[in-house]
Design a protein around this ligand. Structure first.
Ligand code: AHR
Length: 495
């Protein structure tokens, strides 16, 4: 008999409305993410729309990320935006300092904005603090967001875009504690203040994102930035953090111990968010909270190295972990304003994989397709009673076997529940109730494979795909058995 779990959803205690930006994507000229993944203008044999791979556009339209972050990542702090505008034949070719090879700038500002427009996403631009100047970033923002007329907006017009391009989020550097300049929190705070002061004057509506790091770094950053200069509170909207799960061993040939180690590491995200929440509370104004942005998060397996363009095959294990993270973001939707995985195509925890003219969807893609059912609903707290996972050595790891997120539409006529069973080999019998709201009927979609290391590839693109599965509704309660290492999405009609 499978173990049992009981999930009780508190329909009367909404956390926050689920914003689509919670499930966004990130692209960088790294490996095949941008060139070959999206930009295939020089590959006529690959179906494309104005130089962009049709498969990638169609797939991203399906999961509808609200935002796409670009151009980095570490690349952002070496990128000079003027290199990527104007006649493509005249654009400079420079070294890609972080990821090797060269950067032709064929996919520059206008190509990126057109890409966002084609998939219905808003642009989240990451500016260059590490090797750029305040004036350079200020000019880029004016070029992108100001109606004009100014000399810069006239130039934009001449480059084919009369109206503003509309970047709603603007990152002030990336990982400036590391590849973005190895700055201490107080060094970065001093830089941030100079950049943000001018960016705010150019476009008061753009959301400015400071590049944070660990809880200790963020504490010092906010102390230097705000406590020491109170008037600087207006300069900051959001703080970004990154989290990679690096203890999972090889992408496909992993042991049970590797599997649980990676799952356990991914649960640290909840703690990261709780700590950021505790810190930001000290600086929240009424109706003006500092939002947490998690603009890079991913599994990072041992064979995803620079020479491989950070490519790793994404298995069912990655999908289970991704579902756990997306559930966590949903459960913190009162603090987390945007998250984007690293990265959309081929890199680390990607949703699309390409190899020349071949392209396919990863298991992770289907998790994104499931989770977006929460968008527009009120996220709801779920009380989960389930067994703990046993660690790879057989000892109890104290890790809950299930990860859950739940939501309901504002009128409470329908609900959505996403459940991931992280157990590598055991199924679990789940009973789900919306407290005070009996379920009338439910449909479920299930992503499940016999082996946890199953993955899709060019020669087997549909090995891991979701299927609809039966759910019993008995006396207002849902009942379903979840196979090992699986993800399920329940769409529930409520009374
Ligand atoms: O997402 C891959 C790389 O990881 C990014 O360029 C960098 O910001 C991070 O460390």
């Amino acid at each position: 008999m499978p173990q049992e779990a009981r999930i009780t959803i508190e329909a009367s205690r909404p956390i926050a409305r689920v914003q689509p930006a919670l499930y966004s994507q990130f692209i960088e000229p790294l490996g095949k993410c941008v060139y070959e993944g999206i930009w295939v203008a020089d590959r006529p044999e690959i179906p494309q729309e104005n130089g962009m791979r049709t498969f990638a556009l169609d797939a991203l339209r399906r999961i509808g990320p609200a935002a796409v972050r670009w151009p980095g990542g570490c690349f952002a702090d070496q990128h000079h935006w003027r290199d990527g505008i104007g006649d493509p034949g005249e654009r400079p070719v420079r070294l890609n300092l972080w990821w090797g090879g060269t950067e032709p700038h064929a996919f520059g500002t206008h190509e990126y904005f057109e890409f966002c427009e084609r998939i219905g996403a808003f642009p989240y631009v990451c500016g260059n603090v590490g090797s750029g100047s305040v004036a350079e970033m200020r000019d880029w923002l004016e070029y992108c967001n100001v109606e004009g007329p100014t000399t810069l907006t006239d130039e934009r017009r001449e480059n084919g875009h009369p109206g503003p391009l509309g970047a709603r989020f603007w990152g002030v550097g990336n990982e400036n504690y590391g590849c973005g300049g190895h700055m201490s929190p107080s060094d970065y705070a001093a830089e941030y203040r100079k950049f943000a002061t001018q960016l705010r004057r150019v476009d008061p509506d753009v959301k400015l994102v400071a590049a944070g790091y660990t809880p200790e770094y963020n504490l010092k950053l906010l102390e230097s930035l705000i406590t020491e200069r109170e008037q600087s509170r207006d300069l900051i909207d959001h703080v970004a953090i990154h989290r990679f799960f690096r203890t999972g061993g090889h992408d496909v040939e992993f042991s049970e111990e590797d599997y649980y180690s990676c799952v356990a590491e991914s649960l640290l995200l909840d703690d990261d968010i709780a700590k950021a929440d505790g810190l930001f509370k000290n600086y929240d104004g009424s109706g003006d909270r500092i939002g947490l942005v998690i603009d890079e998060w991913a599994t990072w397996h041992s064979n995803a190295i620079r020479d491989a363009g950070l490519f790793q095959r994404n298995t069912m294990r990655d999908a289970v972990i991704a579902a756990g993270c997306l559930n966590t973001f949903t459960n913190w939707s009162d603090r987390v304003v945007l998250t984007s995985t690293a990265q959309a195509i081929n890199v680390l925890l990607h949703v699309i994989a390409v190899d020349g003219r071949f392209a396919w969807l990863t298991p992770n893609f289907y998790v994104f397709e499931m989770i977006r059912n929460h968008v527009g609903n009120d996220a709801l707290p779920a009380d989960v009673e389930c067994p703990d996972l046993a660690g790879g050595d057989g000892s109890s790891g104290g890790l809950p076997q299930l990860s859950v997120s739940a939501s309901a539409d504002p009128e409470r006529r329908s609900g959505v529940v996403c459940v991931a069973n992280s157990h590598i080999s055991e199924p679990i019998d789940c009973r789900v109730t919306f407290a005070g709201l009996p379920a009338r009927s439910a449909a479920a979609s299930l992503l499940s494979t016999s082996a946890p290391n199953a993955f899709n590839e060019a020669s087997g693109p549909d090995r891991v795909t979701p299927a609809s599965t039966s759910v019993d509704v008995d006396d207002g309660e849902l009942r379903a058995e979840l196979p090992p290492h699986s993800v399920a999405l329940f769409d529930v009609e409520l009374n």
